[in-house]
Write a new protein. Structure first.
Length: 92
């Protein structure tokens, strides 16, 4: 694997670990509904970060915007519009 892929996988791993921690914290939350809503919002933010990392990784490995969009339930144009401004690691 090249350095760009290794970096993308490391980033994805970190994002998934953070997301997993948030899910476990949400499961343990015994507070009121507002506490739980706050935790849910943090989890939603983390899901977005994981999604962006996976899109970048897919693009870095050569998947087209059409393939990425299809996996996300989007058109290629929608996927490009939503994620095309994120930097693809060097080498691709």
């Amino acid at each position: 694997m090249n350095a760009a892929i290794d970096t993308a996988e490391l980033n994805r791993s970190r994002e998934l670990e953070t997301f997993s921690g948030l899910v476990h914290a949400l499961e343990r939350t015994r507070g009121d509904q507002l506490d739980m809503l706050g935790m849910l919002r943090l989890a939603e933010i983390q899901v977005g970060a994981v999604r962006r990392a996976l899109v970048l990784e897919a693009r870095a490995t050569g998947f087209s915007w059409l393939e990425v969009g299809t996996a996300l339930g989007l058109t290629d144009t929608e996927a490009l519009h939503l994620y095309g401004h994120h930097r693809v690691p060097a080498g691709k």
